[in-house]
Design a protein around this ligand. Structure first.
Ligand SMILES: Cc1cc2nc3c(=O)[nH]c(=O)nc-3n(C[C@H](O)[C@H](O)[C@H](O)COP(=O)(O)OP(=O)(O)OC[C@H]3O[C@@H](n4cnc5c(N)ncnc54)[C@H](O)[C@@H]3O)c2cc1C
Length: 408
């Protein structure tokens, strides 16, 4: 690939925005222009990248990508004060099993179709590698979970192996830091990647507000549109799974440190029911408590992120699982500030992500299919893509297993 003069990134989720950041800091960028094109009227991080949990874990996968990503997360947080800017902090992660308390005869709901696991625990070689699996008691400072309803608790990773970011703040910070170095954000939905004689020549797009079509010329196009990538490259083996989540604000006078930094992978036996549910719980320093449920495939991917349908009942059920069952202590629970849904990009053949030049079209690169680990693996992906585009090959890690040809 020749060193490009004008680069267009399609999609300002975490992958596109972090790629913009790494391109903007790459020594070989020279006078090349970088434009990031985002379909949402509300700007960056309106999809999965603004609605994810935010766990950064050494056990994420694929391993070579996570190794470089974890290191880069730590570096970025140190260099740009991630603690204040995007809620970076080290967290403990635990597996919590217990039961919900029967507060009334009412059944706490389980939407039967909500059964797709997000697979976040799949990378653990054993559930509790170097930590005492026999430990049943809750840590002293994990006071926001009801001890009486706890049946078992075990740490899933040693200290220093797990951290968190606020995904929306991380993504928008990456974009802001790129804009400071000359990257330009354009709000519009890419409709076609233009090609001339086997090379990319630009991106045709419809303005997000007016719908008016224009073309951005480019000699390099980076497709980072998450689950929407196949709308522009139909042969890509990528699909989307919807997932719902809620954000709970603790009551206003709750001391900031009282909801201590533990991410919990739960299994809750519901009262008045034989069902168990497995919401993931992420307290954040701002402070808020984010909770997500499993994925579903009930509603196909809409045209843009702004059209994603939120099933309010699915969000209410997440609240019922963790709050009405008494699993979370009532003093930590204020109001639900967000009821939301988004689509994770998934490689249909399994594995992923895909970080690759597109064979047969010079100047076209794709980075998507990060499943449940896109927040964790964004910095490594972005570094790799910036090298592929500006150095002609990925140098930071051996990512040949993520080349598109391996999936076709
Ligand atoms: C419930 C849930 C919890 C999660 N928790 C974690 C976690 O704890 N840790 C972790 O590492 N990962 C987590 N993830 C996964 C992570 O959120 C995703 O892997 C990641 O956000 C994918 O980022 P992306 O930039 O590829 O896609 P997106 O965030 O979907 O961004 C794609 C962007 O492209 C834009 N776009 C689409 N089509 C076009 C077009 N034609 N023109 C212009 N723009 C376009 C979209 O509007 C969007 O802004 C979670 C995901 C979910 C759903």
């Amino acid at each position: 690939m020749e060193t490009p003069k004008s680069i267009v990134i399609i999609g300002a989720g975490i992958i596109g925005s972090t790629t913009a950041f790494y391109l903007s800091r790459h020594p070989s960028l020279g006078s090349a222009q970088v434009i990031i094109l985002e379909a949402s009227k509300s700007g960056a991080a309106q999809g999965a990248s603004g609605k994810a949990g935010g766990l950064v874990a050494k056990w994420a996968y694929p391993n070579p990508l996570t190794r470089i990503s974890f290191h880069e997360h730590v570096r970025l947080a140190e260099e740009f004060n991630g603690a204040d800017r995007w809620g970076w902090r080290w967290v403990s992660v635990g597996e919590w099993e217990g039961r919900g308390a029967p507060r009334s005869n009412r059944r706490v709901g389980t939407a039967p179709e909500q059964t797709t696991s997000l697979q976040k625990k799949a990378g653990l070689s054993s559930p509790t590698t170097s930590v005492d699996r026999q430990a049943k008691g809750l840590p002293e400072d994990l006071s926001w979970v009801n001890a009486n309803l706890t049946e078992s608790f075990s740490l899933m990773a040693p200290p220093g192996d797990t951290a968190q970011v606020h995904p929306y703040l991380f993504t928008t910070s990456m974009l802001d830091l790129s804009v400071e170095y000359g990257v330009r954000l354009v709000r519009g939905r890419a409709t076609t990647i233009e090609r001339v004689e086997g090379k990319v020549s630009g991106v045709r797009y419809a303005d997000s507000e007016t719908g008016v079509e224009s073309i951005l010329s480019a000699d390099c196009v980076i497709l980072a549109a998450g689950a929407w990538c196949p709308t522009l490259l139909p042969d890509l083996p990528v699909t989307g799974t919807r997932a719902h989540s809620i954000v709970i604000r603790p009551p206003p006078n709750t001391p900031v440190d009282s909801v201590s930094p533990y991410v919990l992978f739960t299994s809750i036996r519901l009262p008045n029911s034989r069902r168990s549910v497995t919401p993931e719980i992420y307290p954040r320093p701002n402070p808020e408590i984010y909770v997500c449920g499993p994925g579903d495939t009930r509603v196909p991917l809409p045209q843009t992120v702004d059209d994603v349908q939120v099933d309010v009942r699915a969000c209410d059920e997440i609240w019922e699982w963790v709050a009405e069952t008494g699993v979370l202590e009532s003093w930590a629970l204020g109001e639900v500030s967000h009821r939301q849904a988004c689509y994770l990009p998934i490689v249909s053949a399994g594995g992923g992500p895909i970080i690759s030049a597109i064979p047969g079209t010079q100047g076209l690169v794709v980075a998507t299919g990060h499943t449940c680990w896109g927040i964790c693996n964004a910095p490594g992906t972005a570094k790799a893509v910036s090298e592929l585009v500006l150095d002609g090959k990925i140098k930071c890690a051996d990512l040949t297993a993520l080349d598109l040809t391996r999936y076709l």
